[in-house]
Every structure is written in C-alpha cells, then in structure tokens.
Write a protein that binds this ligand. Structure first.
Ligand SMILES: *Cc1c(COP(=O)(O)O)cnc(C)c1O
Length: 472
C-alpha cells in the first residue's frame, strides 16, 4: 500500500488535491500559532459574518469552501494548541494523535459493533487493557469511549443507580424510577457542574443530594461524610476544577467499601495523576472506587473529543447502556456500543491508542509532571511580582488574585484582551480570581515568563484606569 508516483491511482483527482490543500492549510495554521493572538482580535471575529449567508441554492467547489474556512475561520479560532492558552481545562494536541486522526478520518469507521470495524474494536480493547494497567484497576474493568466527562459521569452514575436499585430488587431499566425504592447520593459541595447535570438527567435530582462540606482547598472532608450504606452512591473528585485539589480517596473508599456503597471518581483531568509516580500520592486509594471518568482531551492532550468511562463492574455498565434490535449483529469480540450511551460514534480509540503508544508510560508521567512544573513556575514567578496565589498548587491549576477584587477583575479583562495569552476567571471563596490551567504539552518556561509579564502589564494598566476613575 505504499504510494508511488508512477502507480495508477484510485483517488479521485479532486479529492487528492483537496487533501493536499487541507494539509497545506493545516501546516500554515500550525506554523503561525505561536505568533498570532491567542484570542482572535475583533476584526477577525467580525469577518466571521461572511459565513452568515442563506443556505446556498447551488453547489460550491470544495476547494473554495476550504479556502473560506482557512481564510475566515482559522484567524478567528482560539489558539489553544499553542503554548499560552490557559483557559478552562482544555488541552493541546499530541502530534501522533493528530496524524492518527487524519488517517482515521479517511477510514470513517463506526465502532458501534465489531462487524463495523474490527480495527477500532481491537484498538478499544488495547486501550482498555493499557488504562487498567496505568490506573492500577481490576482486570475485568470495562472501558467505554464517549464525548467527554459529562457523558462518562452520566455512564458511571447510571451504572451505580442501576446496581443500587437492583440490590433492592428493582429493575430500573424496565420500570424507571416511578415507585422505585430510594437510593442516596452523596456529593462533595464543590463537585463539578456536570455531576449535577448527570444527576438531573438520570432522575436522581441535582438538589436531592447529601452535600459533604469541603475544606479550604475544595477537598471533600472525609470526616464529614455521612454514615453510608448499601444504597449510597458517593461521587468524588480527582482534580477540583478551580484549585486542582484531590478528594481523600483512601478514607472515602474505605468507608464506602465497608458499607458496600458505590464510589464514582470524577477525574476528568486529575485521574492522570495515577500515571506519574511523583503525583501518585494524590491518586492513592482512587483505584478502590467502582467507576471512574476521565478525559483524554485534557491532560493527556489527545484531540477533542475523547471521554472515558471505566467501570469495575463490567456487567453492570453493559446492562445500564443496553440497547438491542433485531438487526444488531453482536460478535464474540468487543462490540463498543455495549459500553456507551451512543450507538454510532467516532473512532476515538484511534487517537487514544496513538497518544498512549507515542508517549508510553514514561512519556505520560513526564507530560503530567511537566504541566505541574509549569504551574509551580507560575505560582513562584507571580508571587515574586506581588500577586497572591490562593490555592495549594498540587497539580496544574493556579488561582491568582491582585490586592483587591476590583483590581483582579480589571487585570483579568486586560489579560483576555492582550492576545498574548488567555486565562479565565472564577469565584473562589467569594472573591473573583484569575484561573490558570496549564494543559498543553507545548507550554514552556518561556511561555510562563511571557505570560507573567502580560499579567504584570495588565495589572499596571488596570491600576492606572482605576486611579483615573477614582480621580474623576
Ligand atoms: C472538564 C470537566 C468535566 C466535564 O468534562 P467534559 O469533557 O467537558 O464533558 C467534569 N469534571 C471535571 C472535574 C472537569 O474538569
């Protein structure tokens, strides 16, 4: 299957030219990512209006629309694959994964069933085995690949709900929640918004929970855990979305285990701590849980979108995700749709496999440690410049404040407008803060220094504007 310029080709000439064109644009994009504004400027955003036309009557040359995508779309993207994007908890793209994704795009496989794609089924199985090893999980743990942690949390909570009700002789798949016995949901008060979304989608109620107080870092207080029983689901967190703090899994899982309660770990970006020996103290005890959700598109820097559900109780997950029809052809091999809410979906295993294989265990550890080291550098350098660091920087998250809330907010506004870098904001202990999330393998110490300079300049300008306002 090697290509040879003299060989006859079955590639339609326009497709070959199109892929070549896309390839050139992609390289052009990647080549300019470090020099362009991290957040697009207003004039490039205004040009997006050119997309806003009525549904065309006539067809358009693919080469023309690609040119429009690159000419109008590329400049108005957010440069999150460069080294100075620190918004939300996103993540860059590993080269191996991007290359693999391009090939998989040509395959266009649907991994719902083995008979639809033996290749992707095999890769999913390999990813399952590798992640079981990386996270030190029981051999029979099941893996499902979904869009992100929002859905993988949904899967974990659905499996827990079904199991806790099954123990009370209630078949929730058949009978729903009408007249069902009660189960308990125990959640840390700083659980992520998507946890509450999963609870509401699954009929468990986002307000009908037992909230466990958190300490000043946002960790669930193990001593404040209510007495658990075998009707309880406890949802814990590996990586608080603001502070990066980890719940005390060992204590929580021990209490839960002796009560036969179910523990889910929302480890969207933090579960990867389990892949680094220097960060594994944060992960201690997490492998005793019953289900785990984690994103490959965050810390691991696989492309969007790639969420992962892992469940110790294989049959329970399969039963919670069940769907069948007479036309479905099950196999002796892995049928991916057994483990996800979706039937058709993207071949995410290709990128996940490529990312894991290209990094290897050592590379995963190095990546995690590199992100954490950059976060430490931020904390040290910003402190030296008179910023306040409000969290213990245990992972990749840094919460930054100026001397007073007004100055923090005005500084953040200038940072966001600078084009030099991009950070989001949040409320932390009832104060506005600037939130740095180091998520890209591309971020270097130089990027940290350049960003710290932007923080300093943004604060100077904010200060000047505020004093002028006071004077007026
Ligand atoms: C990002 C995140 C989620 C949601 O994940 P998506 O992949 O965006 O759906 C859930 N929990 C935590 C802690 C997160 O950081």
């Amino acid at each position: 299957m090697t290509t040879n310029s003299n060989k006859t080709t079955n590639v339609p000439p326009n497709l070959a030219a199109l892929l070549q064109q896309a390839h050139e644009y992609a390289l052009d994009y990647i080549n300019s990512i470090q020099d362009r504004p991290v957040y697009p400027n207003a004039s490039d955003i205004a040009k997006l209006g050119q997309f806003d036309e009525p549904l065309p009557e006539r067809s358009c040359e693919p080469s023309e629309l690609l040119a429009a995508l690159h000419g109008i779309g590329s400049p108005a993207t957010v440069a999150q694959t460069g080294g100075r994007y620190f918004g939300f908890v996103n993540g860059g793209v590993q080269p191996a994964a991007l290359g693999a994704k391009w090939l998989a795009d040509a395959w266009d496989q649907n991994p719902a069933l083995y008979v639809m794609s033996p290749t992707v089924s095999q890769l999913e199985q390999v990813c399952e085995r590798w992640l079981i090893e990386l996270f030190d999980l029981p051999d029979n743990t099941a893996l499902g690949l979904v869009g992100g942690s929002s859905i993988s949390i949904l899967c974990g909570v659905a499996a827990a709900r079904n199991e806790l009700l099954r123990r009370q002789d209630w078949d929730v798949n058949a009978n729903g929640l009408f007249g069902a016995p009660e189960i308990r949901v125990v959640v840390g008060e700083q659980a992520h918004a998507t946890v509450f979304k999963a609870l509401s989608l699954l009929g468990l109620g986002k307000e009908r929970v037992e909230l466990v107080p958190a300490d000043e870092q946002g960790r669930m207080l193990a001593r404040a855990l209510p007495v658990l029983d075998d009707r309880s689901l406890v949802i814990t967190q590996a990586g608080n979305v603001n502070s990066g703090a980890f719940d005390p899994f060992d204590e929580i899982c021990e209490s839960a285990k002796s009560a036969n309660a179910w523990v889910h770990v929302d480890g969207a970006f933090g579960l990867w701590a389990g892949g680094s020996s220097s960060k594994s103290h944060l992960y201690t005890g997490a492998s005793k849980a019953d289900s785990w959700s984690v994103d490959a598109h965050k810390t691991l820097n696989a492309p969007y979108d790639c969420g992962i559900i892992l469940c110790r109780h294989r049959d329970t997950l399969v039963s919670a995700m069940q769907a069948t029809a007479s036309y479905i052809q099950w196999s002796e091999n892995r049928d991916g749709m057994l483990f996800t809410p979706d039937m058709s979906r993207r071949a995410r295993a290709v990128e996940l496999w490529a990312t894991l294989k290209s990094l290897g265990k050592n590379g995963i550890a190095t990546l995690v440690e590199q992100l954490c080291d950059r976060a430490q550098e931020f904390a040290e350098k910003l402190r030296l410049k008179g910023f306040r660091i409000l969290n213990d920087v245990v992972f990749n998250q840094v919460l930054v404040a100026c001397d007073h809330p007004q100055l923090t907010s005005a500084t953040l506004e200038n940072i966001q407008k600078s084009g030099e870098c991009w950070c989001g904001g949040t409320m932390w202990q009832e104060q506005p803060v600037i939130r740095i999330s180091v998520c890209s393998w591309q971020t270097t110490t130089k990027d940290v220094e350049r960003t710290v300079n932007t923080f300093v300049e943004s604060r100077i300008r904010a200060q000047a504007a505020l004093s002028k306002q006071d004077a007026e």
